[in-house]
Structures are given as C-alpha cells and as structure tokens.
Design a binder for this molecule. Sequence first.
Ligand SMILES: Nc1ncnc2c1ncn2[C@@H]1O[C@H](COP(=O)(O)OP(=O)(O)OP(=O)(O)O)[C@@H](O)[C@H]1O
Length: 259
Amino acid sequence: MSKRIEADDVDIYYGKFKAVEGVTMTIEPRSVTAFIGPSGCGKTTFLRSINRMHEVIPGAYVDGKITLDGDNIYDPGVDPVTVRGLVGMVFQRPNPFPTMSIRDNVLAGYKINGRRLAKSDADDLVERSLRGANLWEEVKDRLDRPGSGLSGGQQQRLCIARTVAVNPKVILMDEPCSALDPISTLAIEDLIRELKEDYTIVIVTHNMQQAARVSDVTAFFNIEGTGKPGKLIEMGPTEKIFSTPDVRATEDYITGRFG
Ligand SMILES: Nc1ncnc2c1ncn2[C@@H]1O[C@H](COP(=O)(O)OP(=O)(O)OP(=O)(O)O)[C@@H](O)[C@H]1O
C-alpha cells in the first residue's frame, strides 16, 4: 500500500525566487519522517511539492525529479489530480466543510474525484475511514450532523478520515497539531503511529518533542539568510539526529540555540 518517495536534486521556485535548493532524499514506506527547521527554510514548500500542490500557486514550479516507487510524479504525462489521490494532505488548521455532515465530509474527497458509490459501500467506507482515524466511536451516532460541530481535535481526525477514504499511499501533514490542545495533539500523534502501518507519512512540525515522539526519521532544513534558498542539511534516524547529529547547525537548532 504505502510507497517509497525519492527526491533527486529538487529546486523549488515561486516565480524567480528559488525557495528550496538541491533536495535529494529517500523516504521509506511505512515510516514517519519529520521535517524540522527554522521558519522560512522551505519545509512546507518542499512538502507541497510531493503531491504537486506547489504548482497551484501562479508562477510556482518545481525543477527536479520526485518519484513514488520509481514513477516520476513530474513526468509530462502525469495528471496532478492522480498524484493528489495517491498523496493525501492534512493541513495546519482542521478544514472540514462546515455545513456538510460528518458522513459527507468523509466522502468528500472520494466524490470530488468523480467516483460514485452505492449506499452500502459508502456506509462501509465512512465507517472504515472513521475507524482508521480513531473517530468512529465518538461520532457514530451523529454522522448526519455538521462537521463543524466537532471539537478541533475531532475535526482534525475527521480531515484525516477524509484523506484516508481516498485510499492514498502517502499522507503529508503540515503542522497538523499546531491548532490543537495537548490532549488532542497526543490523540493525533497516537493516530500517526498507527497510520504508518499502512502509509508513508511525512510531517512538518515546529515541535521538537513531537518530532522525537512520532518520527522514525528526521530531516533538518536550514536557510543561510533572507532571500536565500532553504536546503536539506541533514537527515537520519530521529534518535541519532536528536542525540549525535553530524552537523553543528542541526544540534544548535534542536537544543534551541537558534530558530
Ligand atoms: N506563496 C508564496 N509566494 C512567494 N513566496 C513564498 C510563498 N510561500 C512561501 N514563500 C517563501 O518561500 C520560502 C519558504 O517558505 P515555507 O513556507 O516553505 O517555509 P517553512 O520552512 O515551511 O516556514 P514556516 O516554518 O514558517 O512555516 C520563504 O522565503 C517564504 O517567504
């Protein structure tokens, strides 16, 4: 189910501005990889290039190769919509469709892709996805109520259910807990650990403890100064990056000396 991601010398631009330079990395299936680094070093930009969301911004483009199990998602014949089906994304702020029911929120991604479902199949998919997002028990009696009636943490799990429902191979998460309280944060972190059994997971986080708690591998990005591109400095097993990184800047960032 889950796929290996390989980036090969990836540069990412907003018009003339090169925001990210020369990223080469491999992300293994069934693992959680955390992207860390100071503000503006290109973590989100690089994350969004993994499902071809970056190019949605006018003038923005990616130069280089990113493959999923060897298939280049930037090959000219590849439809970005297909890529976004394979590589789901969860955002910083939970963004369920507010007036839509919980049930329809789960099915939303599936329906946007133009697919139809028999009612019983839809019921199965809703239950499976909500169970997968550890939300079923809390919402099974109110599936027809609006998604906006849930707590922030529940809304984020609903968004994860919506992502899972499309059956992706990779799930990207851009600071998925930054708008949540500590209890909801721990619930999402538990969920991330469960999801990695089935998906390749990449998470951007500013929270060092979170990176240490949930990720198998950590990638540290840095930037030399304003107007300069962000670069991947060091990537390795989270335990090593947090105890004996090879690069001084990584250690300084992790110990809170800068960033
Ligand atoms: N839509 C945009 N148009 C132009 N430049 C952008 C745009 N979005 C981001 N940038 C620039 O690209 C660079 C990288 O930004 P990005 O948001 O990827 O960094 P980040 O590491 O995720 O930062 P943060 O931790 O603050 O979210 C920054 O210089 C930023 O100003």
